[in-house]
Ligand binder design. Sequence first.
Ligand code: GRF
Length: 191
Amino acid sequence: MKKYLGKKISTAIFISGRGSNLKNLIKFSKSKISPIQINFIFSNKKNSPGFMYARNNGFKTLCLPNRNFMSIEKKLLQILNKKKIKLICLAGFMKILSSNFIKKFRGKIINIHPSLLPKYKGLNTHIRVLRNREKYSGCTVHFVNSKLDSGKIILQKKVKIRKNDTAKKLSKRILFEEHRMYPKAIIKISS
Ligand code: GRF
């Protein structure tokens, strides 16, 4: 892949949990091919491993748990504007952003979801996929709009379901593909 020569896009990552996609995007952002620079990381969960990792690695972070999300969004908008954030990557972020917030960042918020959207929006995707005896599942990076997991698809990767799959095994194989796909999707929308 080609070295990125343009001005790096000031990017924020929003997380709620483990943070494996966050770590992967941090690693990617430090590579020569990356169009993004991570300038801000937000979590709504204080003790989440992802947030602790971000804090311990010198990133500008903010965590506002257990508060009215409207007031959180207000504070967030101030910081995002101050940091001139041009792209928001949701990576396991478990809150639903308001349509007002999304409007302010129209076309600039993307999300990764562990299914082949539009199938299996929402939670517990792997369990539902296995219960329905699907042949394939996968992952999707998409733009965020005001409907859950419904914005325009940027990239998608299929993963074959195996005979003795469990939700745990399947989620591990899909996560591997998520880590390959998220950076590719960012390159795609930035070129
Ligand atoms: C990933 O499977 C992602 O697709 C979904 O939430 C999970 C987050 O995992 N939206 P992690 O926190 O990035 O490890």
